[in-house]
Write a protein that binds this ligand. Sequence first.
Ligand SMILES: [Zn+2]
Length: 387
Amino acid sequence: MEEFRKRRQAGALQMMTVEQALADLVGIDSVSSRSNAELISYLEARCKTAGLITEQLAHVEQTGVTKINLVARSVVAPEIELALVGHTDTVPYDPTWTDALRLTEKDGKLFGRGACDTKAFIAAALTALDSIDLAKLKKPLALVFTSDEEIGCLGAKRLAAAKPFKCHYAIVGEPTSLRPMRAGKGYCLAEIVVRGREAHSAYPQLGASAIFRAARWIERIEQIAEELKSERRDGFDPPYTTLNVGLINGGSAKNVIAGECRFTLEWRTIPGQSSDHVLSKVRNAVADLRTADPDFVCEIDAGRADDSFETRGESELVKFIEERSTQTAGTVAFGTEAPSMIALGAEAVVFGPGNIRVAHRTGEFVPVDQLHRCVEILRSGIERFCS
Ligand SMILES: [Zn+2]
């Protein structure tokens, strides 16, 4: 921030390179557990210098930490033509990675926490913006910076709920190796508790095992996973909704009939299938089990249901990025902010420099050539959609 202030006072911002922007961004620690206020104030200063009108949408968490979404627009209008969306937070870094907050270059790669996910996209968007004459834009452009993507796309969801604008097209920054991604699976999670009745294990007839009940149910869930394979959506790997029981915990001692068993059920839905589709199959299985065991008691807390998303392949935005990146559109297996932008009316594409496979790792990096190409593609995108 200090460096940036000095450069701004020196009037040198217009000449700021995308590498300098990325170094500034990486230098500001914005791990999701912290407030993103410092990074937002940097981004706001950059956007104002470029001539955008900024608006902070702040949210104070129960812990007292402030999280901010920033909307920076070329004009204040109810509908944005093109939004470039980047999340400001990063995953934590290992304390032994001493250069995590200092951008370093080696062999054409730029290393640092967030260098790949997703500060490279943000640096490219800021640099593209600097080269645009806003007075010549005929349609509204926005840069949108969100909080808490890495812990459940919380900032983008708050933005979608607040509906501060409608949006026609959105490019959501994520490391896709500059391949446009026009669809992604949903992510749903339920925490499940199966109840039983504790008793001495020498007298099982006096109790009811929550673990045996859970086991019968989980076997049915595995059958549901098999059934779901017949509902296919080409272009995904694998091309159907998947289920996982990732955690299980139950019982109190080896010689006690288990009174309780808890497990998590996670499912990743293909587009076109609602999150309730799996949930109703899982509930039907319980109804079945109850016919043989009327005492079968359970609770299903379906706490998370992130939508899948799909933007049609003929979308002007999909076609434009396909042409400029010379890559055909694909699909992503990880959660993104695209569904929130779709909720604001957008045709959304996930796109950015760097590879998701090196994101979230010590030593994440973005290739310099991809960073530069991203600036060019975003610059031409602004011209194509807002002029
Ligand atoms: Zn990301």
